[in-house]
Design a protein around this ligand. Structure first.
Ligand SMILES: [Zn+2]
Length: 378
């Protein structure tokens, strides 16, 4: 007797009586649905045909599956190749910039504007286009970049001498691109937005002025004299006024004196006139704090520094000689080599608040001695 798989599946477990009855019911159902009863003479050719066809169909199915599998493998290989090509192209584009990075702490900056000239070195504003392994987080951000990258780790740096760090990296000029240590860059975002190209002066002349103020340690009611008619002097006057200090400045007329008077600053040409200006403001006869923002006018600043005065001098790249008689008057001389990179944030914040008029203090034109010249990089 021929028993179909269909019958075996449907046969219930249990006693022989129940099994026979159930099998009978199933057989009748199969007969009604599929034609001749299994095992009958009429069903034999059909069963033979089914046995002959089944292996062929299985072989055909296996062939289809293989073809589908091969197609899937081919598609996956093509996809992998396309992905690899795209990645290689991306790496090739990034390769020249990454090769320029000296250290994993560096980033590559594409400059948008730079400060031109100045006594403290190069400064600018630009966008980070490549980052080192340890300098993630600045990619594509606009940053302020100053003239130096101190190590930040040595004892000189730890004692506030970052500008004269023995391991400092100095940028005397900036091209279209430059490498810089990520830790000293100041990103312009999160409320610290400054217009380009004026922002190029912030990490340069503006921070140099702020460093002169911060290192002098001047407080309101201190008699402070500013010597030198430069863009740094201009920013310094604005900083002192914003900090509640009423400075006097050395001047004899012209645009510088006019600008000072417009700000309510006393202008005088000699020591006696300056003393009179301080007396007028009831600042007494305390030793002065003389800040020299122009290395070329150090001699005049030394003359003004009386007994026990404090003389702060912007030394720049070529420090001027200091007259020995200042030591005889016990003048405390403080040299400032350049803008301190830690103070860029404070200087930028004063520009954002409008305490420093950055737009008025910078210019694209050449030949203005009272404004910092900035230049856009195409
Ligand atoms: Zn250092």
């Amino acid at each position: 007797m021929v028993t179909s798989g269909h019958d075996r599946v449907r046969r219930p477990r249990g006693g022989s009586h129940g099994m026979a009855r159930s099998a009978g019911v199933a057989d009748r159902r199969v007969c009604r649905a599929a034609g001749p009863r299994a095992g009958s003479a009429a069903s034999a050719p059909r069963a033979r045909r089914r046995r002959r066809c089944r292996p062929r169909r299985r072989r055909a199915d296996r062939g289809c599956e293989l073809r589908r599998l091969r197609r899937r493998l081919r598609d996956a290989a093509r996809e992998r190749a396309a992905r690899r090509t795209h990645r290689d192209r991306r790496r090739a584009r990034a390769a020249p910039a990454r090769q320029a990075l000296v250290s994993a702490d560096d980033v590559e900056v594409a400059l948008e504007a730079v400060q031109v000239g100045g006594v403290t070195g190069a400064a600018g504003v630009g966008r980070v286009v490549a980052d080192g392994e340890h300098a993630r987080g600045l990619m594509n951000r606009r940053v302020l970049i100053g003239p130096i990258d101190p190590c930040g780790e040595c004892d000189v740096c730890r004692h506030g001498g970052a500008a004269v760090c023995p391991h400092v990296r100095v940028r005397d000029a900036l091209g279209a691109r430059t490498t810089a240590a990520a830790r000293w860059l100041v990103p312009l975002s999160d409320g610290l937005d400054l217009a380009v190209p004026a922002a190029a002066a912030v990490a340069g002349d503006v921070t140099a002025a702020y460093t002169l103020y911060a290192r002098t340690g001047a407080a309101p009611r201190d008699p402070v004299v500013v010597v030198g008619a430069t863009p740094i002097s201009r920013f310094l006057i604005e900083i002192l006024l914003a900090k509640g200090i009423a400075p006097a400045a050395v001047g004899s007329g012209g645009a510088w004196a006019d600008w000072l008077r417009g700000k309510g600053v006393a202008v005088a040409g000699d020591r006696a006139a300056l003393a009179a200006a301080f007396a007028e403001r009831s600042l007494g006869t305390r030793p002065w704090r003389v800040i020299c923002a122009d290395p070329a006018t150090v001699a005049a600043a030394v003359e003004l520094a009386g007994p026990r005065a404090m003389l702060t001098v912007l030394a720049g790249r070529s420090p001027p000689p200091i007259a020995g008689d200042a030591l005889g008057r016990e003048v405390t001389v403080l040299g400032i080599a350049g803008p301190h990179p830690d103070l860029v944030v404070e200087a930028a914040a004063m520009c954002v608040k409008g305490e420093i008029d950055l737009a008025a203090g910078t210019t694209l034109a050449a030949g203005d001695p009272l404004r910092t010249r900035v230049c856009e990089i195409a």
